[in-house]
Ligand binder design. Sequence first.
Ligand SMILES: [Zn+2]
Ligand SMILES: [Zn+2]
Length: 191
Amino acid sequence: MTSWVLAQQNDDLFGGVSDFFDSTTWHLIRNLTIFFVFVFWLATVFWVYKDARRRIADPWLVGVATVLGAVPPFLGPIVYLFFRPPEYLEDVRERELEIKAMEERLAARDLRCPVCRAEVEPGFLICPVCTTKLKQSCINCRAPLEALWQICPYCETPVDAPTAVRRADTWEEQSRAAGASAARRRKRPSP
Ligand SMILES: [Zn+2]
Ligand SMILES: [Zn+2]
């Protein structure tokens, strides 16, 4: 009698459980779960693709990384995290530009006489080796002036244009003469 009642109760319980699994609520929960897992998987694949594009230049390797992000699901992105390049391409490019700019600054500091290629300082008015006039000096404070300057930046004296032209002529003549003689000296040491 007691066992019959228990069996009946068990039947009711299992019947209830199987009813639940057959019910539309269960179907809805299961489908929603599958849908969210699928969306999450798509999101991880997309994340791997986006991250790989910022770090890898070769489109084929980006494709390989994306496939790895998709298969095996969820484990692929973790494997990708271990092997991805440590830097963004943008940062690498920026650093290369900085290095290039630094090299250019260093090269600019390494000034040479246009005629005899001797090293000269930015403040030199004349090449000490071949006596080529390199820069004109301010008529007021004697500071060396760059060719394009219209005014002395040290004492505000305007650069005298006719003088500048005349001096440029002189410089050209001198450098031509000096260059010619230097070339003669270099090319034909013993005539
Ligand atoms: Zn020189
Ligand atoms: Zn000056």
